[in-house]
Design a protein around this ligand. Structure first.
Ligand code: PRP
Ligand code: URA
Length: 248
């Protein structure tokens, strides 16, 4: 299905919908972390300019998405619950930094299929991290695009991880992510240890997710203007999975 902009809204102005989200980047305080962390660099804007463009071919789309995933991965790893401040000695003085979590303390779970590329980006950086998969798909035939759960396979010790990353590129109505968070909670994961990571969020989906699960953290590449009648994100980028995997 192809998303059509119902209006001429751009992404940049819409980012304000999430509040002063960017200020939370790098923060480790719980209260601030509950505001979404939004990428705001020139690098993310340049990459978005390629993947959002209607004419971008699948090969170029997936290459630039993978590069954008790299930015999201680093921002997320610095935002995980359990990350604490750490001062390191440089050859010339002290630097106030952060202590990242080792791979053994983290699990990465993707919502298939579009979340799989994002999960791989985490695996490239966090070598040996435990990975789980949840298959949820929007029922495009239903009016409210209800999310259906088909399958899940999670690491056995997921409830004892200090942080669980839940990867899915698009947060539209929020139905898929609310369903996936329910699967994690049922497996014993604490809500305040879940970090949702995605490429583009709609304000509607963010509100739904935060209402249902106020204690989880969100890292997103952009907060767009709204959903259209087909519940696609505007301006968005269309169907992420179809464009990334070339099934348009
Ligand atoms: C897309 C996307 C999300 C979901 C978001 O998946 O990857 O999982 O839609 O929509 P929502 O917030 O309204 O639930 P889709 O069901 O199209 O499957 P795909 O990964 O196979 O493309
Ligand atoms: N899924 C997508 O891939 N894109 C949207 O805009 C909404 C749901």
């Amino acid at each position: 299905a192809k998303a059509r902009a119902a209006g001429a809204a751009g992404a940049a102005g819409a980012a304000g919908a999430a509040g002063a989200a960017g200020a939370a980047a790098g923060s480790v305080a719980k209260t601030e972390a509950q505001e979404p962390v939004v990428l705001r660099s020139a690098a993310s804007r340049a990459l978005f300019s390629v993947i959002r463009a209607e004419g971008t071919a699948p090969a170029e789309f997936s290459e630039h998405s993978d590069r954008l995933f790299g930015l999201l991965v680093e921002e997320t790893l610095a935002t995980l619950p359990g990350v604490v401040p750490k001062t390191v000695r440089t050859p010339c003085g002290d630097y106030d930094g952060l202590a990242p979590l080792p791979a053994k303390d983290v699990a990465v779970v993707s919502i298939m299929r579009a979340g799989d590329g994002l999960a791989e980006a985490f695996r490239r950086v966090l070598r040996g991290v435990a990975v789980g998969r949840i298959l949820i798909q929007r029922d495009e035939a239903s009016v409210d695009k209800r999310a259906k759960l088909y399958y899940s396979k999670l690491p056995k010790d997921i409830a004892s991880k200090k942080a669980v990353v839940l990867a899915d590129p698009m947060l539209a109505t929020g139905g898929s992510l609310v369903r996936a968070v329910g699967v994690l909670l049922a497996a014993g994961v604490r809500e305040d240890r879940i970090v949702v990571v995605n490429v583009v969020s709609a304000p509607e989906g963010l509100a739904t997710l935060r209402r249902a699960h106020p204690d989880l953290r969100i890292v997103t590449g952009a907060v767009d203007a709204k959903l259209n009648e087909q519940r696609y994100i505007v301006p968005g980028l269309g169907d992420f999975g179809d464009r990334y995997y070339g099934t348009v």
